[in-house]
Ligand binder design. Structure first.
Ligand SMILES: Cc1cc2nc3c(=O)[nH]c(=O)nc-3n(C[C@H](O)[C@H](O)[C@H](O)COP(=O)(O)OP(=O)(O)OC[C@H]3O[C@@H](n4cnc5c(N)ncnc54)[C@H](O)[C@@H]3O)c2cc1C
Length: 309
């Protein structure tokens, strides 16, 4: 890859070489990205994707890295980062009217928690169940993230994106095709730049009470004191992954620093010094043991990037 050409496209954004992905994933594991590029706006992003497409260079987009496992060898391509730098077009959040329903757009690199704070400030209801998800808005849309009976699908009306050839496009809600931890964003390898929401006016005290309740539930049930990527596996139809893992006798089971959480068996945590290979080995071990014990084949929710043997 010719960096001088990339520098002609990424003028305000930032380019870093050999950036450790352990710094950018909530598992705190994983080797370096050959190039880690944070575009400052959609025009830089589209230009970059077009250049990578025309030159056959591999790339992968990340938000907050809260649902990612990158291999210890790292990623020999370009990580396009929309979430780690403040002050880009992707981290803009704003509400500009006082009508009901409340319709607004949010940058794909904004944290869900920051959107939650904005919703509380302007007394907008409907986002409370999602406000504790530790990802960016673009990642949450790509995953159709959900919690406590709510999911992105309930509140999103459309999105702007860049396609794999660097073309800017708009998707309606129908075109986003959101379902359990799935979206057309993933199928079509799109990069979300902005998400459109429709919510309603509410009462600040009720909104705060709900957000506090969900935060307490997370603190009580989830091992938030350790690095993880949340629920490691998708919820299998008719079951709970955590329960199946517990029934397979794997509560607290470790491979080096990677462990099945004692507090919530659905979480694999990094208890200290776990390599991506330890986490991966544990994911495979848990999947096999659960299948032996219950006949249910768990499917990882966590996205894996790089080589895992
Ligand atoms: C403690 C903890 C609790 C969690 N709780 C929940 C929960 O309650 N519910 C839930 O659903 N998830 C939960 N998660 C998982 C994770 O936070 C969500 O999946 C989140 O939406 C991922 O967002 P992200 O920005 O971190 O995405 P990343 O991890 O950076 O990326 C995840 C996927 O989305 C893609 N992606 C990211 N940004 C974009 C973009 N702009 N355009 C296109 N694709 C993109 C990536 O390519 C990748 O495939 C939890 C994780 C942790 C660590």
């Amino acid at each position: 890859m010719n960096l001088n050409n990339i520098r002609k496209i990424i003028k305000k954004g930032v380019i870093v070489e050999n950036e450790p992905m352990a710094r950018h994933t909530t598992f705190r594991a994983g080797g370096p990205a050959r190039y880690f590029i944070s575009p400052a706006n959609t025009s830089e992003l589209a230009g970059l994707v077009r250049y990578l497409f025309n030159n056959g260079i591999e790339y992968y987009v990340i938000g907050n890295g809260s649902n990612m496992l990158v291999s210890d060898e790292g990623y020999d391509g370009v990580i396009i980062d929309l979430g780690s730098r403040d002050g880009t077009e992707f981290t803009l959040l704003g509400l500009d009217d006082s009508s009901d329903p409340v319709k607004f757009e949010a940058g794909a690199g904004s944290l869900m928690s920051n959107l939650g704070k904005l919703m509380l400030k302007f007394s907008v209801t409907g986002f409370e169940p999602l406000s504790g998800i530790p990802g960016c808005i673009g990642g949450a849309l790509a995953m159709n993230a959900g919690a406590y009976g709510g999911e992105m699908k309930d509140i999103v009306t459309g999105a702007s994106a860049v396609d794999p050839e660097g073309r800017q496009m708009h998707l309606s809600k129908e075109e986003l095709d959101l379902s359990y931890r799935h979206s057309a964003v993933q199928d079509k390898r799109l990069i979300v730049t902005k998400v459109e929401f429709e919510l309603h006016r509410g009462e600040a005290e009720k909104i705060k009470a709900l957000m506090d309740e969900y935060t307490s539930k997370r603190r009580e049930k989830q091992p938030l004191e350790f690095p993880s990527a949340g629920s490691t596996f998708k919820r299998p139809e008719g079951h709970f992954a955590g329960k199946l893992i517990e029934e397979a006798g794997l509560r607290g089971y470790c491979i080096n620093g990677a462990c099945v959480s004692d507090k919530h068996c659905g979480f694999i945590i990094n208890k200290g010094g776990a390599k991506a290979s330890d986490i991966y080995e544990l994911i495979c071990y848990v999947r096999d043991k659960v299948c032996e014990n219950s006949g249910v084949m768990l499917e990882p929710e966590v996205r894996m990037l790089g080589r895992f043997d």
